[in-house]
Structures are given as structure tokens and as C-alpha cells.
Ligand binder design. Sequence first.
Ligand code: ADP
Ligand code: TRP
Length: 332
Amino acid sequence: MKKTVLTGIKPTGQIHLGNYIGAIKPALDLAIRKEYQPAYFVADYHGLTKMQQPNDFRQLTYGIAAAWLALGLDPKRAIFYRQSDVPELFELNWILSCITTKGLMNRAHAYKALVDKNVNLMKDEDTGVNIGLFTYPVLMAADILMFKTEVVPVGKDQVQHVEIARDIAESFNNYYGETFHLPEYKIQEGTSVLPGLDGRKMSKSYNNTIPIFEEPKKLQQLINKIKTDSLPPEAPKDPDTSIIFTIYKEFATPVEVEKMREAYSIGISWGEAKRQLFIVMNRFLEGPRERYKELMAHPETIDNILKDGAMEAREISKPFLNEIKRKIGITV
Ligand code: ADP
Ligand code: TRP
């Protein structure tokens, strides 16, 4: 029996370097290991917690799917689907909602962050909070628990959500008997939170991202915008506190990384460090960028792949949901 490794990304913006380093790259590394069955999906219904223009939303959904494929996800090995194509998840979402306490949701950070922001602005604390956002972690628990997931590769900001999924699974198991597997999260060591252009967490919400499929010229411009300190070019610099070096490590060979470390200790100008970063990033991204463009020009190809994936996902979710329903006393 293979262990399920599962992760999702919601279509609320273009895939950026933080998503790639924090979630996609570690997930792709796990996907090729033979002890794992990967289940990767586009969390489109999670994306709906932020209202978007329907056309933009559709395009962003294709964008997330195309990014996974362009970066090397093999849909023959992985179960690769759109969350909204697996209706059993939403039925499980309701079942889990009914055993989840409101207190647990009150502590969930996405909701809490919005409340804190409202309070600071002297607004009513629930301004702009929809119920989907409030119960967001329950749907995420359904995503994870439905496939008896063992490992969830995510960025650090999602750790709390995986812990909530464990709490919900435990409550269910305690009351109805052993049913759900308790998932573990896996965060990328060293780069669990990649800073953005302004030094805050790189995030679609802060507009400080480097989208990975930008054309070379734009990519170079964005790299040039990464915030650095005012040390003179010849001054020795600490690679371990440098965002440029952090990103460089993800794309360069071990030999290149060692050389760059030396260059930092001798003294390298930020301009030169950025130029080197562009070279290794662009070298890696050239191929995926072309595949991404090709896929985005043929959304029907993406649809077919996702539909096949949803069928595979439902082969697992249908019988398991029936088992869960019998356990809670719903006749099936
Ligand atoms: P965003 O914050 O841009 O909206 P998402 O919440 O859609 O990104 O995140 C998708 C995945 O990428 C999650 O697993 C998340 O933890 C990871 N991720 C997002 N931003 C970063 C970052 N700056 N560093 C590391 N991982 C990140
Ligand atoms: N909440 C995740 C995010 O914002 C997306 C997501 C939805 C997810 N369901 C999931 C991640 C299940 C891992 C497992 O990035």
C-alpha cells in the first residue's frame, strides 16, 4: 500500500516563487518516490472565499493546473484533479462541520488575521468575513482526510490548517470509531517562508511576488527589485540572511552554490548577485515557461487531464464516503 501525499493550491493569483519553493517543488520531489501515491489538486472552491471575476477565476484555475504540469507533474503517476469535480468532498465537508467546534475555527489564523485587521481599523470585527472563509479549514480537512493522507507538503502558513485537520479527525475517530488517518505536514527546511520583494512573506495578497512564468526581461526586472541592504559592493555579505542567496540555492547546482557562498564572503555586489540569480533561474524556467504557454493555449488539454484525475479521485472518495455515512448512521 502506497502512502498518500496530498496538496492543493487555490487559484487566487499567478503561481509565484513562494508557491514553487514552499509547496510545488517539495511536492514534486515526493511525487517521484515509489512509496508515495501523490494526489495534487486545484483548490478552486477554496479560491471562492475571495470573490473574483468569473473569467479571471477560470483562467487562474487553468493557470495553477498548467503550472503543475509544466513543472513536471506526471498525471499518469499522480491523481491530479480540480477540487470542485469531486462532490464527495463537499458532503464530507458538511459531516466534518458538524463535529467541529466554532472555537477551533475562531483560532484559525486566516480568519483571526482579518478580525485583528478590522479591530485595528476600528471596524466591526467580522467586516468582510464570509462563512466560507471562517470554515475554510473544515473543507481543507475534508480534502486531506478523504484520501487517508499521510503527508501534506505545504508552506509554513498552512501548518495550522493541517493541525486542525488532525484535531477534526481525532474528534471523529473518538466518537465514531477509527476512520480517518492523522496526517502530517512537511515543510521545506530552510525556506519554509520565502520573503517577497519587500521583505514580507511572498504572497499574492501583498503584491510582492515573483511569478515564475514571467518572460525573461520581466523576470530580470523583478529580481532587480528584491530588497537588499546598503552594504558597498566589496563588503563581505552573509549568504544565510540574503533572500537572493536563498532563492539561488533552489536553482543552482551544489558547486555553484559553494562558489556563490565564497563570493559572498569575499564581497559580491548585489547587482552581480542578482544577475547570477537570474541566470540560474532562467536556465531552469525556460522549458517550463514554454510548456506553460502551450498548455494555456489549449485549455481543453488541461480539462481532459483534470477530468481523468477526478474520476480516479472519485473511485476512492465514493466508497470511503459511503463507509463514513454508514458509521454516522446515514443509510446508504
Ligand atoms: P499566497 O499566500 O500567495 O496566497 P497560497 O496561500 O495560495 O499563496 O499558497 C499555496 C502554497 O504555497 C501553500 O502551501 C503555501 O504555504 C505555499 N506558500 C505561499 N507563499 C509562500 C512563501 N512565501 N514561502 C513558502 N511557501 C509559500
Ligand atoms: N489552504 C491551502 C492554501 O491556501 C490550499 C489547500 C486547500 C490545501 N486544501 C488543501 C493545501 C489541502 C494542502 C492540503 O494554500
